[in-house]
Design a protein around this ligand. Structure first.
Ligand SMILES: [Zn+2]
Length: 528
């Protein structure tokens, strides 16, 4: 289950956080949708003042000044505003965009012919009526110079049939349409362009837009332009629920597909997954998460994916005949919640993300008495050899196979965890690294680099274990002796996938600690 992100996200989000709240509010205040031809944010100190020729823009500027009694020099920030109308029956979107000058627009790649009826009206001094883009070959350059309006339609039904792009195309799962912005929204040609994006969606009663970047809203995106590179946007007919956790909220959008469990059972399942992770971290790793549940199909819990991109979301499919007991036994939600707690590390280190979820998920469920330690180790013994390097392996950063990504990554984190525990006489562990990541604000909505991760780990454990093992395993095929490792942990494989524990083994105390119950409140110990 991958999660997807973009390189610039951390920097941009940090920059955004540094902006003054007043400035931020002013950006959202006086300019109504499509108020002026020029959608550049008016700025009091901007050299663009003379260019804001239209009365609407001048009026917007005046209002902006009113909303901004004190100010500091700011660079005007372009705003892309899109009005989108969805038609569930036709399976189409109508898109109209107020495009700011200063950015050159580009339509998404479209091999399946889903985007049609493209037209453009140039704004600014060159004001023109709408005309097909075919009749204005320089339309993109004109939009760049003058600003423009762009109108077109998207046949997402056609896109679903024609797209063959894995995680980035239109896709339909049990009545919910995955519609990444990168697939259908006109974007700046310059992928590093700064600015804001606003999308307002109207789809009638049975077609809503939901995404992790919407922060509890539906049908309305208002965020940094960076999310255009692929947030988790879905279209569908949803029931909306909320799970409140201490300091955090999970918004749950449940699709209308057939299912054998009640909404309350779904919410209970999501909450348990969240609490597995919160029990480790001391709190939920971020203030707000979107969970999208599709239902239908043969599997108890089908495909699941967690996405970051400035707003965390989990998309998961629950089977038609899934029972409550299946959800209580399920591991997928805990796996995805662990993704939520870990920062995006980029494509080469995807194995770190998947490996962490694969390694910690069974341990966390065992610590909350939701899983048996014996079964945890039986699975490790059986499955972890799939993570060993094969012929031609070039290390975890350069070998992109399923086995290396999931179980190679799990094997890595097991070794990191054991080594931290050994070097600190059991005082520190991988748990401390994860708590420190949360304390530093790390989560799937943000991008971290390795240096940040290593620094946090060193600080949390007083060791350089994570960096050392990464340096060793990332660039070459390292093949640890797993049988010797199981023996030292006192894990003895027996017939038919069973295992027996040997408490005399040298690392048996560490093995017991790995699945030791989370501490109960101290009050229990002081009772007579
Ligand atoms: Zn995963």
């Amino acid at each position: 289950m991958g999660h997807i992100c973009l390189q610039r996200i951390l920097k941009l989000l940090l920059d955004q956080a540094k902006r003054s709240p007043r400035r931020f509010r002013a950006d959202q205040g006086p300019r109504s949708l499509f108020a002026g031809w020029t959608a550049v944010v008016p700025s009091l100190t901007s050299m663009r003042l003379g260019k804001l020729a239209s009365a609407a823009a001048t009026w917007a500027l005046a209002l902006s000044a009113f909303a901004l009694p004190a100010f500091s020099p700011q660079v005007a920030e372009p705003l892309i505003e899109a009005k989108v109308t969805g038609d569930a029956g036709k399976r189409q979107l109508s898109v109209e965009i107020a495009w700011p000058s200063g950015l050159k627009p580009r339509f998404p790649r479209d091999e399946s012919g889903a985007i049609f009826d493209r037209s453009v009206a140039i704004a600014g001094a060159a004001r023109t009526p709408f005309a097909t883009i075919e009749s204005r070959p320089d339309w993109a350059a004109e939009c760049h110079r003058e600003g423009c309006r762009i109108a077109y339609s998207v046949d997402f039904g056609k896109g679903i049939v024609g797209d063959r792009r894995g995680g980035w195309g239109f896709e339909e799962k049990q009545g919910i349409v995955l519609a990444p912005l990168v697939r259908w929204l006109v974007r700046p040609e310059d992928r590093g362009a700064r600015g804001r994006l606003r999308v307002d969606f109207a789809g009638g009663k049975h077609l809503e837009m939901v995404s992790g970047v919407m922060d509890g809203r539906t049908n309305s995106i208002d965020t940094d332009l960076v999310v255009m590179d692929g947030p988790h946007v879905v279209l569908g007919d949803f029931t909306h629920k909320t799970i409140d956790l201490p300091g955090a909220r999970i918004d749950v959008a449940i699709g209308t597909g057939a299912r054998g469990v009640r909404d309350d059972d779904l919410l209970h399942w999501i909450r348990e997954g969240a609490q597995d992770v919160a029990a480790l971290l001391g709190r939920f790793p971020l203030a707000r998460l979107q969970v999208i549940v599709a239902s239908g199909g043969p599997y108890a819990v089908g495909s699941a994916v967690t996405m970051g991109m400035g707003g965390a979301s989990i998309f998961v499919v629950v089977g038609e005949r899934t029972r409550k007991a299946d959800l209580l036994r399920d591991w997928v939600m805990t796996h995805e919640m662990l993704h939520v707690a870990f920062p995006n590390m980029g494509f080469r280190q995807r194995w770190m993300e998947e490996g962490l979820s694969t390694y910690l998920e069974p341990l966390l469920r065992a610590r909350r008495s939701r899983h048996e330690p014996r079964l945890v180790w039986a699975e490790f013994v059986r499955a972890m050899p799939q993570g060993l390097p094969k012929e031609g392996d070039q290390g975890l950063d350069r070998t992109f196979t399923w086995g290396r990504r999931y179980w190679g990554g799990a094997m890595f984190w097991l070794h990191v965890d054991l080594e931290i525990r050994k070097r600190t006489d059991g005082l520190k562990s991988l748990d401390d690294v994860l708590r420190a990541i949360t304390a530093r604000g790390g989560n799937v909505a943000l991008r971290w680099d390795l240096a940040q991760l290593f620094a946090v780990s060193e600080n949390a454990t007083g060791t350089t274990v994570l960096r050392e093992i990464y340096d060793d395993w990332s660039g070459r095929a390292v093949s640890p002796d797993l049988d010797a490792l199981w023996t030292s942990l006192g894990v003895r494989p027996e017939k038919s996938d069973r295992i027996r524990f040997d408490d005399e083994a040298p690392l048996a105390p560490i093995r017991r600690d790995l699945t030791a119950k989370f501490p109960v409140p101290a009050l229990a110990a002081t009772r007579p």
